[in-house]
Design a protein around this ligand. Structure first.
Ligand code: AMP
Length: 224
């Protein structure tokens, strides 16, 4: 059966992580978040972590060569050979081109680029309330999707924190990076005919239902 290779695009705070969590459950697909990979390196103080820490702290983008090396290594692993969900990658046109090239060489292709569309004002409101669990990265929002107990993860009981890059000045920089570097991907994937737009201002459940419906349609069209 053809594989399901998905990428999620959207500004910071669009709910990509939340949706990826749900889709991972639905489709039993491995999930690759370049942001999570970089944060783990920073936390573990690896060489790469030391190299990228100041970039992550400032809300800038890690250079393409470094990102591509990390993703290429991850895409070599066994678990992604039958499909994957990529979150936070690609984030620039060169990254998108490199991904296409890589998949083409293997006779594979992306099934869909799912754009979770949310306006800036909403993004800023959401990010200020975002909390992430220190153990497994589960995500909550104190305004819209609060944990049952304050500052504690419902799923594993660990502590919830605000990521440094969710602080206001860093968020402004991340939004600018999104507009400048990542939003051109919308046209890029539209031209390839694989862009699917989702209204990300709806509730997490509605967004999830919409994405599942889109994937169901793709499967029907493509027998994926
Ligand atoms: P995220 O959790 O996806 O918002 O990523 C957090 C940070 O990691 C970003 O603000 C960037 O500094 C870095 N990062 C993650 N993915 C990429 C990427 N594909 N290209 C460049 N930088 C990235």
């Amino acid at each position: 059966m053809p594989e399901l290779n998905l990428i999620l695009i959207g500004p910071p705070g669009a709910g990509k992580g939340t949706q990826a969590d749900r889709l991972r459950e639905d489709f039993k697909l491995p999930f690759i978040s370049t942001g999570d990979i970089f944060r783990a390196h920073v936390k573990n103080e690896t060489e790469l972590g030391k190299q990228v820490k100041s970039i992550l702290d400032s809300g800038g983008l890690v250079p393409d060569e470094l990102v591509l090396e990390i993703v290429a290594g991850r895409l070599d692993e066994d678990d992604v050979q039958d499909g994957f969900i990529l979150d936070g990658f690609p984030r620039t046109i060169p990254q998108a081109e490199a991904l296409n090239e890589r998949l083409q060489k293997e006779g594979r292709r992306l099934t869909a680029a799912i754009l979770i569309d949310v306006p800036d004002e909403e993004v800023i409101k959401r990010i200020s309330g975002r909390r992430q669990c220190v153990k497994n990265g589960h995500i909550y929002n104190v305004h819209f999707d609060p944990p049952k107990n304050e500052d504690m993860c419902d799923q594993d009981g660990s502590r919830l924190i605000q990521r440094d890059d969710d602080k206001p000045d860093v968020v402004a920089k991340r939004l600018k990076e999104y507009q400048d570097s990542t939003s051109p991907l919308i046209d890029f994937y539209d031209r390839e005919g694989i862009l699917r737009r989702i209204d990300g201002t709806r509730s997490a459940t509605e967004v999830h239902d919409h994405i599942r419906a889109v994937i169901a349609t793709l499967r029907l069209e493509d027998n994926v």
